[in-house]
Every structure is written in structure tokens, then in C-alpha cells.
Ligand binder design. Structure first.
Ligand SMILES: Nc1ncnc2c1ncn2[C@@H]1O[C@H](COP(=O)(O)OP(=O)(O)OP(=O)(O)O)[C@@H](O)[C@H]1O
Length: 911
């Protein structure tokens, strides 16, 4: 089988004569003539044509005939499909308590622990064996409890059974959503969508924040016959027409949905599967830890041989010799060593949660400790989401400041602009509240008009004033698309039958679509606003005939008349300044990657000091298919190569051009650039990939659906969202912490890394100190006493190891980054150095104690433990200080954690 991460694995499938009623490793079943089995919640069905088992989620069950699909399916077909696809519910395969327990007991750590307990019991080391037994049982119970709790949480998240109205055999009936199958036509009754479905009729407004982190509601419109037919094999292209499992309907108008994916094949189902069956551990940290355990095992092997030699010298029995020698393994190899690599993570998770930062991928915590390049989206991330309208430029006149009280004046100055601002948006009135893009809300509020549904046609929106003397019907909305950077509406006003198209969008996007445009004036005016950091939206319109095809966007959005600019203040969030300053202090490269204008983005970058404002800045863009290099300040063309001391800003087109050229010099320009503007969602994603290929550890910080790809591609994606947990990125920062979350995540990531390494080093050194004490004792045929072991392990080391992880992250980021790998020379050197130092000092004590005047050698006592001796007492007492010293040393605070004195509980343990 290929698992969902593309990794191959072998799964045992057993079957008998005719596949029926067989007890299998994977239970093979049969429906009619089809044979299937369920694997990791995916139903694999035998496909005769391909002679292989195929994921039923991939089955193409929809009919090419759109009209036929719209009629729904019959009950017979539903029955068959229910058998093929299963009930439409995310049923979490529940493990019984017994099974979880068996799994836990079989964990290598617990097997080793069990082996040790048996060995200690045969050695009559009952106190210690029973203490460890109690601790193991308690930790097993805790694991059982946590596992059940996690399952319960997941089950909660998967609860999406609602009632729906479904049309079968042309009859409408109400059923539970678990009985929906691909091909069913249904109408949602409650707010939650129970499957992935395509809109065939009506429209709706969706809250998709759980999927994308985007807080702005997303309008979804019905799919046309042609679009459906052309994209049947690539449903992802139908995003604007698809509603997803788990998302919420905010508002619907006559909507009818066609089920395209059910159960675990939906987007949400895939997420649940990735939680249930996470990617097998391939972390370098973990494998490094295993190498280290291997190294300790070799040392234990050497000690084992030495122990046998020594005990034979003292005439011990073989049984005793073997027990002592094997004891060395349980001392030298702490089985929990690899687990210490995640000690820091659990504390970091808790701390982040208390700061309103949620993490769905704990492994990313350690990665965030290594970040050295942060890419920010601009609007809604560095700047405020709802930008105030600063003013409106009518035609080519000067910008005028407009307020909602100026409505009459406004209509007089330019009625078309007034209508455009009233109608060109996809705002909705949901329970008396305007919902939609915050920028559209601000723009619309200036007109002083209201929104309501048309009484005649439920799908039409009416924009009107209080007494309805002024009223416009929006007949069609071409939604905003990030790649087109514009939106358009077809509008009819109450007092005349003429139809008009109003288009608004990025000025660069409308520039080529307008006729009779005074291009030079347009460009120079745009430059003035953008250089001042304003966000500028261009507006245009035209009259159209009644018989024109509304749906042909290319035709509609052409030959337009330019109406003017809407100029918005790009207000920077107050906390952005400190966040970017902290990152600069930490030596992190900060980059802006935005869909906005290059000069607007540059002005913001200068304000937050991503680009020093007094530096010379070179702008790279594509004009007429060629790379144009200009001075961003005075706009003069630079013909020569880019000056090496200049800061760079570039557009998405220039980024594509440089990347495609594959020339080293060009690629270096990308690495140097700090501001990427007019970036499409795909370009944002490629930028992240490129930065990672340069060797940076990259985080993407974004707030919207146009950042989704980049958020997923980044080493650490951070989504700013008010959704409880958006699956758009591993980290979600709620509005309460917002962009400051980036610093918090980095601080906690760094602290988690050093905590894990500190715990690892402490545990490794602890076992080595004990190993040395015991090995030296074996030289004179003795060992540490049972209570000495008990005291060291439970009274001294355990509290130190646990409390060590309580250290909190330091208040500020520093330039230095913690080591990212255990096998880093610094860490390996540190462990090996201390290993020798502790062994050296114990050996000195071992020699010195014999020189004491009161020293009395221990008489040979074969096969006996717990024999008091000078050597034993000296080593035990001295080693106690060594444990404490390392407990102190490896919990060092700055620069990544607060000073050890702030970890009072650890200090108490040390005392
Ligand atoms: N609702 C809208 N209607 C019309 N044009 C819009 C709308 N939203 C954005 N635009 C235009 O499209 C451009 C690109 O928008 P996009 O959402 O990709 O990025 P952005 O919001 O400008 O910035 P960022 O990528 O930093 O979030 C904007 O700069 C703006 O000119």
C-alpha cells in the first residue's frame, strides 16, 4: 500500500475461497460483485479494468450530463453506493482500552522497563523494582486517559451529522446526512455542511475559516453546465462552486447541492486521517537520539565485558555475574532518552495555548526554534484588515475626501462612481449586519445605502436608500479572483432599464481594460498615491446590452470607461513595528509578499523598517515582456546591473522571470529582495519553496485564503485567524495575540529545543555517571546499594529531570539560534567532554579515598550486594554532587530561556 504520505508499506491481506466472511488482518468484504477492504479509513475497492484496488474516493461517480446530475439519483443506486462508499460519517476507528494498553506495553520503552523490573526482582532489588513498577503503571494509566481524551476530542470534531432534505426518485425527503452518497442532490436544513458538495442551484455565503483561516465569508455560486463538464476530472478548479464538509452556511438562497465527496474522502476527512495516521516519525532529532542510544549501548557492552572479568576475579557465581553485568545495561541506557526529545514540546504547547496560539502539528514547535526567515502577507497581517477610505479621485481630478454625510454632493460630483461604490462588491446583509470583505464594507458605508434581497428574485441583491427612492439591482456578481485582481457586477437601476457593468480592482489590472485612458496621467497619479503608502483601487464602468452574455467575464470586463480611484489608508497595526524590530534584532530576514501594488508595499516595508528608508531602492518589474530595472524613488531607468548596495523590490512577474531564467545572478536577486508585490497565490507558494531551497528555515505569516498554499509550503505556517483551529497552517494565532504570535512561537520554539536538548544531555550524563560509579565499584567486586540506587533515581534525578522542563522562554529573541540537531558538533562535544570529566573525577575520588588514613579495604564477599565500603560511599556521595551540577548546568537560562532562578521549582529540587 502507498500511505497518504507516499510511503510504501506492506499490509497483510488474507482472503478465503470466495472472499465471504473471512477473518482477515484487513477484513476483505464483498458487495455484489465488488471486493473491498478498509485501510486507514479509506475504502479500497477492486477495479476489474485496472486489476488493482482503488481508493473509492477517487471513483468518478458523477455523470457527465449535468442536467441528469441535477435530478439526483434513485433509491436503488443509493443503496449500492452506500455499500461502496459507506455511511457518510467520520467514524473514528476506536481502539478498546485493552488494545491501547497492549500497544503501550509493547512500546520499546516499556518492554525495556519490564525487562529491567524482572531483572531487579530476580536480584531481590524489590524496593526499586516496585517503585519503578508503580511509576510505569501510573504513566500507563495517564497515557490511556490522554489517548481516550484525544479520541473523544477528535470524535467531537468529527460530529457533523445533521438533517438534510434529499431528492431521490424525484421525491424530497428528510434524512440524516450520514445517508448521503456521491450523486445525491440535497438542501441543507441546518448550518453545517456534512460533505463536499457542488452548488447546482442558488447561492450561499460560507464561513470557511476552519479550512482557510480566512475570517471574511466566502460567497459560493452555482456551477454552470459548461464549467461542470470541463472540470469534472479536476474538481479543485471548481472551488468557487464547492462547499466543503465542516464549513458553516451563513446565508443561503434557494440552494441545492450535489454531493461530490463523502466520508473520509472530503477535505475535512483527509485532515482527520492525517491526525489519526500521522506521518511516521522521520524526525532527525529522533533518529539522532537513537544513534546516541546506540553509542550508549556500545559503552554498556564494554562495561559488560569488564564486569564479567572483574566478577570472575573475585570468585562470584555465574548467576550473580550475569545479573550484575546485565544490570549495567539498565543503567547505561536510559530507555526514555529518545522521549526526552519531545519534553520541551509539551510545555511549549501549553504555554502557547494560554497565549491564544493553537498548534495542530506539535513537531513544528522544534522547527520554529530554528526559523531565520519570516515572510509576511501585508494586508490584514502587517496592516489593518479594514482600511479606511482616505478619499476618492473622480476621473483625473484631485482626490476628494468623502464622508457618508456627503451623499448628495457625492452623487452630484460623479453619479457613476457613486453607483460603482454602492454596488461593486459581494457584501451581504446577514441578520442586519454587513458581511464581506472589510474593505468593501468601508467603501459601501460611505454611500449611506442599504442592502436587501430582492422580493421578486431571491438570488438578486438590491441596494437602496432608506425610502427606496434610489434603488439598484445587482443581477450578476463576478467574484474577486486573486489572480485577476478585480471584481465586477452587472447592475440595473430602478429608474431605467439600461444595464451597466461596474468593475473595480487593482489599477494595473484595469489599466489595459479601459478605452481612452490617459495612461501617463493614470500612471503618475497612481505613483503619487502608492508612494505615500496608500492602497489604491481603480473603478471603471460601461453600458451593456440586455442580450449580452453576463457570464462571459472576459467580454463583460472590457472596453471600460475609467471612473477614478478609491484611495485607502494602509494603517499599520501598532504591534507590527515591535514585531519586525524584534525579528531584526534576532537576525531574522523579514520579507513582505503581497498581492498589493509594489510602491504601496514598499512604503509599508519602509515604515516597519524591513527596508531602510534612506537606502537606494531598485525596483524590478516586467514591461513588454522584458525585465525593467528602475530606481523605486525617482522612477528613472537603470540600464546597468543592479547596484550591489541597493535594496530590491520586485513584482510577481519579475519573480517568475528571474526564477525561470535559472541564472545564478538572477536567482541571487530573489534572495536579496525584501518586498515582493503583485504576487498571485501560486507565486507566494513558489517564493516559499525558493527560499527553502536557499537553505532558510522559513515561516509564512498570513491571514487569508490567498496565502493557503504558501502557509502549507512553509517550514512553519502561521495563520492569523479567529477560527478555533484553522487547518490552513500548523499554527493559528487568534486575534487576541495576532502578529505578536510570531515572536511568541519563535521564543517558545527556541526554548523547547534547548529544553529538549538539555533534558537529553542531563539524562545521558546521569546514566553515564551511574554507569561509571557502578563500573568502578565492580573493580573491587561491589556495587551500589539498593537504597543508594533508589535515592539517586527517585529522590535526586527524577525531580530534577521533570522540573528542568519548566523553564520559560526568555523575554526577547537574540541573534543566536539554538542548535537544530543533536549530532551538532557542539552538542556531541559537550556530552563527550562531560562524560570524560565526570569519569575522570570519579576515578580520582576512587584513588584518593584509598589514601585516607582511616581507609579500610573491603574484604572479598562473593555473591553479596549492599556491602558497605569506603569506595562505595565516596563514589555515591561525590556522584550526588555531579547529578546536581549537571541538573544545574543543563538548565542554563539565557539566551533562550529565562535564568534558572526563575524556575523556582527546579531550584527547590536542586536544594
Ligand atoms: N474586494 C476587492 N475588490 C476589488 N479589488 C480588490 C479587492 N480586494 C483586493 N483587490 C485588489 O486586488 C489586489 C490583490 O489582492 P489580494 O487579495 O491578492 O492581495 P492584497 O489583499 O492586496 O494583499 P495581501 O496579499 O498582502 O493580503 C489588491 O491589491 C487590490 O488592488
Amino acid at each position: 500500500m502507498n500511505n497518504s504520505y507516499g510511503q510504501r508499506m506492506i499490509v497483510r491481506v488474507e482472503r478465503g475461497g470466495d472472499y465471504d466472511g473471512i477473518n482477515n488482518t484487513l477484513e476483505m468484504r464483498r458487495v455484489k460483485r465488488r471486493v473491498y477492504f478498509d485501510y486507514c479509513c479509506v475504502r479500497m475497492m477492486y477495479d476489474e479494468g485496472r486489476d488493482e484496488f482503488v481508493d473509492t474516493g477517487m471513483f468518478q461517480t458523477l455523470n457527465e450530463d449535468f442536467e441528469k446530475n441535477k435530478k439526483g439519483i434513485g433509491k436503488l443506486e443509493v443503496e449500492e453506493k452506500l455499500e461502496i462508499f459507506g455511511l457518510n460519517q467520520l467514524e473514528i476507528p476506536k481502539k478498546s482500552l485493552g488494545l491501547i494498553l497492549v500497544d503501550e506495553i509493547l512500546h520499546p520503552f516499556n518492554v525495556f522497563q519490564l525487562f529491567s523490573i524482572i531483572l531487579w526482582s530476580t536480584d531481590e532489588y524489590y524496593y526499586y523494582a516496585s517503585c519503578i513498577f508503580v511509576i510505569t503503571v501510573v504513566s500507563l494509566i495517564d497515557t490511556l486517559y490522554q489517548t481516550r481524551k484525544n479520541y473523544a476530542n477528535l470524535e467531537n470534531m468529527c460530529q457533523s451529522n445533521v438533517k438534510v432534505k434529499v431528492i431521490r426518485d424525484n421525491v424530497e425527503e428528510t434524512v440524516g446526512s450520514e445517508y448521503l452518497v456521491p450523486g445525491d442532490i440535497f438542501v441543507p436544513i441546518e448550518g453545517l455542511i456534512p460533505c463536499d458538495a457542488i452548488i447546482v442551484d442558488g447561492d450561499c455565503l460560507m464561513d470557511e475559516s476552519i479550512l482557510t483561516g480566512e475570517s471574511v465569508p466566502v460567497p459560493k455560486v452555482p456551477v454552470s453546465k459548461e464549467t461542470f463538464k470541463n472540470n469534472l476530472k479536476s474538481l479543485e478548479r471548481l472551488e468557487r462552486h464547492v462547499v466543503y464538509h465542516g464549513t458553516k452556511v451563513l446565508r443561503r438562497r434557494n440552494v441545492r447541492l450535489l454531493v461530490i465527496k463523502s466520508r473520509f474522502s472530503t477535505l475535512k476527512g483527509n485532515l482527520v486521517r492525517s491526525i489519526l495516521f500521522p506521518k511516521p516519525h522521520s524526525s532527525k532529532l529522533f533518529s539522532d537520539a537513537l544513534y546516541f542510544v546506540g553509542f550508549l549501548a556500545i559503552l554498556a557492552g564494554l562495561g559488560f565485558c569488564l564486569a564479567i572479568y572483574n566478577f570472575i576475579r573475585f570468585g562470584n557465581s555465574w548467576r550473580y555475574i550475569m545479573k550484575r553485568a546485565l544490570d549495567l545495561f539498565t543503567i547505561a541506557i536510559p530507555p526514555a532518552l529518545p522521549a526526552t526529545m519531545s519534553v520541551g514540546i509539551s510545555y511549549a504547547l501549553k504555554r502557547l495555548r494560554s497565549e491564544h496560539i493553537y498548534c495542530i502539528s506539535p513537531n513544528k514547535i522544534n522547527v520554529s526554534g530554528r526559523l531565520n526567515c519570516i515572510v509576511f502577507d501585508k494586508t490584514g497581517t502587517i496592516t489593518e484588515e479594514g482600511l479606511d477610505v482616505q478619499g476618492v479621485q473622480f476621473g483625473y481630478e484631485e482626490m476628494k475626501i468623502i464622508s457618508s454625510d456627503d451623499q448628495d454632493k457625492f452623487t452630484e460630483i460623479n453619479r457613476e462612481m457613486f453607483i460603482a461604490m454602492s454596488t461593486c462588491h459581494s457584501l451581504h446583509n446577514v441578520d442586519g449586519k454587513l458581511v464581506g470583505d472589510p474593505i468593501d464594507v468601508k467603501m459601501f458605508e460611505l454611500t449611506g445605502l442599504e442592502i436587501s434581497d430582492s422580493p421578486l428574485n431571491e438570488l438578486e441583491t438590491i441596494i437602496h436608500n432608506k425610502n427606496h427612492s434610489e434603488s439598484f439591482s445587482i443581477l450578476k456578481i463576478h467574484e474577486f479572483i486573486a489572480s485577476l485582481r478585480r471584481t465586477s457586477v452587472i447592475v440595473q437601476s430602478k429608474d431605467c432599464n439600461d444595464l451597466k457593468v461596474y468593475v473595480k480592482g487593482a489599477p494595473e489590472s484595469l489599466r489595459g481594460l479601459c478605452v481612452d485612458l490617459k495612461k501617463d496621467l493614470f500612471d503618475s497619479q497612481l505613483k503619487i498615491y502608492t508612494s505615500l503608502g496608500y492602497r489604491v483601487i481603480a473603478v471603471a464602468y460601461k453600458n451593456i446590452n440586455q442580450d449580452e452574455n453576463y457570464n462571459d467575464r472576459q467580454l463583460i470586463e472590457n472596453n471600460l470607461n475609467f471612473l477614478g480611484f478609491i484611495i485607502m489608508a494602509n494603517k499599520i497595526k501598532p504591534e507590527s513595528f515591535s514585531v519586525l524590530k524584534d525579528l531584526s534584532v534576532a537576525g531574522c530576514k523579514s520579507i513582505i509578499s503581497t498581492g498589493d501594488n509594489v510602491l504601496t508595499a514598499l512604503a509599508v516595508a519602509e515604515q516597519v523598517k524591513i527596508v531602510p528608508s534612506n537606502s537606494s531602492i531598485v525596483q524590478l518589474e516586467i514591461k513588454n515582456g522584458r525585465l525593467l530595472i528602475t530606481d523605486a524613488k525617482n522612477h528613472s531607468i537603470i540600464n546597468s546591473v543592479v547596484p550591489s548596495n541597493a535594496e530590491l523590490v520586485m513584482t510577481g512577474d519579475a519573480f517568475d522571470y528571474l526564477l525561470a531564467s535559472k541564472e545564478d545572478e538572477n536567482i541571487k536577486l530573489i534572495e536579496k529582495c525584501r518586498v515582493f508585490a503583485r504576487m498571485s497565490p501560486d507565486q507566494k507558494l513558489f517564493l516559499i519553496d525558493t527560499l527553502i531551497s536557499f537553505g532558510y528555515c522559513v515561516s509564512m505569516v498570513g491571514d487569508g485564503s490567498n496565502d493557503c498554499g504558501a502557509l502549507k509550503a512553509a517550514d512553519v505556517g502561521i495563520s492569523l485567524s479567529d477560527a478555533d483551529a484553522s487547518i490552513a497552517a500548523p499554527f493559528t494565532c487568534k486575534k487576541a495575540i495576532d502578529i505578536k504570535g510570531v515572536i511568541q512561537i519563535m521564543k517558545d520554539g527556541r526554548a523547547a529545543l534547548v529544553t529538549s536538548f538539555g533534558c537529553f544531555k542531563f539524562m545521558a550524563l546521569y546514566s553515564m555517571i551511574q554507569f561509571t560509579s557502578v563500573s568502578l565499584s565492580y573493580f573491587f567486586g561491589a556495587t551500589l546499594g539498593d537504597f543508594q540506587f533508589l535515592y539517586i533515581d527517585l529522590v535526586l534525578v527524577l525531580p530534577l529531570a521533570i522540573t528542568m522542563a519548566y523553564s520559560k522562554p526568555s523575554l526577547h529573541l537574540v541573534r543566536k539560534r539554538p542548535a537544530g540537531r543533536l549530532m551538532a558538533p557542539k552538542i556531541i562535544f559537550s556530552v563527550i567532554f562531560h562524560l570524560f570529566i565526570q569519569a575522570l573525577f570519579q576515578s580520582i575520588i576512587f584513588i584518593l579515598v584509598k589514601r585516607l588514613p582511616e581507609y579500610v579495604p573491603m574484604p572479598p564477599a562473593p555473591d553479596t550486594k549492599n556491602t558497605p565500603s569506603f569506595e562505595n560511599s565516596a563514589l555515591f556521595l561525590f556522584a550526588n554532587f555531579q547529578y546536581a551540577i549537571y541538573g544545574f548546568l543543563f538548565c542554563s537560562g539565557p539566551p533562550f530561556r529565562l535564568p534558572i532562578t526563575s524556575n523556582s521549582i527546579h531550584i527547590h529540587s536542586l536544594k
